[in-house]
Design a protein. Sequence first.
Length: 143
Amino acid sequence: MKYLLLVLVLGLACHTTDGPAPFTPADDAAIRAVMAAQEAAWDRADIDGFMQGYADTVCFLSPRGRTCGRAEVTANYKRSYPDASAMGDLTFGVGEVVPAGAGHAWMTGIWSLTRNSDTLSGAFSLLWVKQAEGWRIVRDHTY
């Protein structure tokens, strides 16, 4: 009986209830800060800086198709937006950021791209993951 009690006590002492940290207002703010940094990078015509908000394993889905991998998504952006005038002024309107499981969040919103020749706009939904370097986008559905 003493051994059973000892095993039980040791088991409880070793058991931890530490799981993934709950989604907090600080997480929401951190995600929104990444979006603000992306907006600023885009407006300086810095696609590499813009891409810092994406995980290496990102998959991007748009009416043009599906592209996976940060290097591939970066190459697509550089082909589609070769210079500052093509990039224009980007504005995000975040609709919501909601937790989506341990270390994940879902964001929806709208975007607008104003250039000298035209203005484009659409919507997005982003799946975020919390990584060692911070919150990063792993799925981007932009239309």
